[in-house]
Design a protein around this ligand. Sequence first.
Ligand SMILES: NC(=O)c1ccc[n+]([C@@H]2O[C@H](COP(=O)([O-])OP(=O)(O)OC[C@H]3O[C@@H](n4cnc5c(N)ncnc54)[C@H](OP(=O)(O)O)[C@@H]3O)[C@@H](O)[C@H]2O)c1
Length: 250
Amino acid sequence: MTPTLLILGGTTEASALARVMADRGIAAVFSYAGRTEQPRKQPIPLRVGGFGGVDGLVRYLRDTGITHVVDATHPFAAQMSRNAVAACRATGVELAALTRAAWQPQPGDIWRNVADIEAAVAALSGPRRRVLLALGRMHLARFAVQPQHHYLLRLVDEHGALPLPEYTSVIARGPFTFADDMELMRQYDIDLVVSKNAGGNGARAKIDAARALKVPVIMIDRPALPARLELFGPDQVLDWLDHSGTDRGV
Ligand SMILES: NC(=O)c1ccc[n+]([C@@H]2O[C@H](COP(=O)([O-])OP(=O)(O)OC[C@H]3O[C@@H](n4cnc5c(N)ncnc54)[C@H](OP(=O)(O)O)[C@@H]3O)[C@@H](O)[C@H]2O)c1
């Protein structure tokens, strides 16, 4: 059977996988949620926007003849990941998650681990700090209850007023280098970082920079997800496609 792969994207790893699929001539479609105005181009066909919950994804899988799904969403995109598990179970489509190990503290790190965004907000009570809030746009409003801080935001798209009393925003698209993030944190005199434990290399420069600058980090743990096959790189995805009886078409 010739595989038709759906890559649920939005991460550096998803884009790298799309490149490998294009190079190998494996039929694959890339899916973005549509959160950014100009998503990164991909070398395979692209679809953008939600599927419409589990039912919508079930319909999409059936209508398009998808045989395999790789969930390469961000580890915090829990809803999409849960939907993928349910829809693949309902349709018998093969599912694997392209994951990356969570970051572990290294000597010199000053981390305070918290369970979720709400706990990160609570951990910000206390005197004024200059906070790099490295969370994207979605949850910013929740930090308005800690108005004593200056927040530095790095966002992909230009935007109107944001729901925080005092902030600076920098418009830039990652991945960023260690030098980029050292420069950013020095320029804005950052003395606290709030980060999701994304894992992988695409977003880790700020964590390395925080260690080098002795800046503490409030590290948000990953949400729990249903059990699913986990793969750790494009080579493992290729092996998985082989073992699930597909013909790579090369
Ligand atoms: N959460 C983060 O911190 C983070 C960071 C970097 C990148 N991202 C990327 O941004 C996207 C959205 O993240 P999120 O946290 O909003 O996810 P989420 O809460 O798990 O997803 C909410 C809804 O957005 C739609 N969706 C999410 N990812 C999709 C995809 N790849 N293709 C089509 N629809 C998708 C689905 O809508 P329907 O139910 O209508 O299908 C899903 O139910 C993800 O693709 C993720 O990889 C997220």
